[in-house]
Design a protein around this ligand. Structure first.
Ligand SMILES: [Fe+2]
Length: 89
């Protein structure tokens, strides 16, 4: 099951729109990763499995791309990531 857009973008404050867009992009790409991995697990055809897993990896790159931009536009998110990283060691 794919995620639904969790917010009404029409009511998002202008200063938050870029953060929301990057988060939505990440949600969509995470859904794609889950979908393609599940599809890959359903087939016995090695070529189809390989294509699906290759596409899964591409979607992971897309997640990273959105996250990189999110870290630029959401300083609080970047701060939380840094704090978590420090705590984790
Ligand atoms: Fe994608």
């Amino acid at each position: 099951m794919l995620s639904e857009i969790p917010v009404d973008l029409d009511i998002v404050k202008k200063e938050d729109i870029d953060k929301e867009l990057m988060r939505l992009g990440m949600i969509a790409e995470l859904d794609a990763v889950n979908l393609y991995e599940q599809m890959a697990s359903l087939t016995d055809d090695e070529n189809i499995k390989s294509v699906l897993l290759d596409v899964t990896r591409e979607e992971m790159i897309h997640i990273a791309m959105f996250q990189a931009v999110l870290m630029d536009v959401d300083t609080e998110y970047l701060k939380v990531l840094a704090e978590y990283s420090m705590a984790k060691g």
